[in-house]
Design a protein around this ligand. Structure first.
Ligand SMILES: [Ca+2]
Length: 321
């Protein structure tokens, strides 16, 4: 059962209602910018924490995938930076397929490969999935250690981990593709031509160049959302000084001074109703999807790909002619 979070703070505001600018961003007491290794070392072990709290192991990105049968072992000795490089290798072998693979960003040690799901079909493929939800089987109301390292399983619902996303998106210029589905089967997408996540301990969201059908849930036009930091329960980096929006909205996300998107929020089945505790924005929210702040979506998928992927594929086709 999902816990209700009746935190009385803030409301879901339209961008036009916002007054806070970048200069008014509040710094978090928990934020200690500095050496990343020190930050990693100081973070709790999500495996231990989650096992203790939920009887469920956390996501250990340094271990082999839990379902080796889904992994192509053929290229185990090679190091692919992300799913776009796996796509290139698959194209050479003439068999392009989505599935779970091991990747190793250039700044990650060879002993710590990351297990990811590769989407090789959406818009030409090459996508490294960083977040996926479709049945509510995985709890997303977790603390910063879990969000740092990641949780879930790349064969099912998961969050890849802020640290992994940071290492992946630091390699090249990346784009972000968010695919969303409501309970009526409507599928929409939001695409951002530039996307990266900064290192611990802020995990700053850098995003730009929206296009798509789902609307811009990051509200690029609003300065209040520029350079948003990531917040979780007990790790408040939002810009609402009155309370923790992560606690209020029940997830870990780049909350600004409110929530226009909350893709890591609590999962509700349609039968639950979506306004379970009266907090608009409490659920899997992408506000511009349908303009209803009480509506919780059915499926989400967030994935990244090098911005030059399409050009790379085109060049490869030319070379092979
Ligand atoms: Ca706050």
């Amino acid at each position: 059962m999902l816990e209700k979070h009746g935190v009385d703070c803030g409301t879901l505001q339209g961008p036009e209602e916002e007054t806070a600018g970048v200069g008014q961003l509040l710094s978090s007491e928990q934020a200690h910018p500095g050496d990343e290794e020190q930050q990693q070392a100081s973070l709790p072990n999500p495996g231990n924490e989650e096992e203790a709290q939920n009887g469920e192991p956390g996501y250990k990105q340094h271990l082999p995938p839990r379902n080796p049968s889904n992994t192509v072992n053929l290229w185990r000795e090679n190091h692919f930076e992300d799913c776009s490089e796996i796509h290139t290798a698959q194209a050479m072998f003439g068999s392009i397929a989505s599935g779970v693979f091991s990747v190793k960003p250039v700044t990650v040690h060879a002993r710590d490969p990351i297990s990811v799901y590769c989407d090789q079909t959406t818009d030409g493929g090459g996508w490294t999935v960083i977040q996926r939800r479709f049945d509510g089987s995985l709890e997303f109301f977790r603390e910063i250690g879990a969000y740092h390292y990641g949780f879930g399983d790349s064969t099912g619902e998961y969050w890849l981990g802020l640290n992994n996303i940071y290492h992946i998106t630091a390699q090249n210029a990346y784009e972000l593709y968010i695919e969303l589905e409501d309970w009526s089967g409507n599928v929409k997408f939001a695409r951002y031509s530039s996307f990266s996540v900064g290192p611990a301990s802020d995990y700053t969201l850098i995003v730009g160049g929206y296009s798509g059908t789902a609307g811009d849930g990051f509200y690029l036009s609003s300065s209040s959302y520029t350079n948003m930091k990531f917040s979780t329960r007990w790790y408040d980096q939002d810009t609402d000084s009155s309370c923790s929006l992560a606690e209020k909205f029940g997830g870990g996300w780049w909350y600004g001074s409110g929530s226009r998107s909350n893709l890591n929020g609590p999962y509700f089945h349609e039968i639950d109703g979506f306004n379970i505790n009266g907090n608009n924005g409490y659920g899997i929210l992408w506000f511009p999807f349908n303009g209803n702040p009480y509506y919780s979506l059915k499926k989400t998928k967030m994935m990244v790909r090098p911005a030059d992927f399409s050009a790379r594929v085109a060049n490869m086709r030319l070379e092979n002619k």
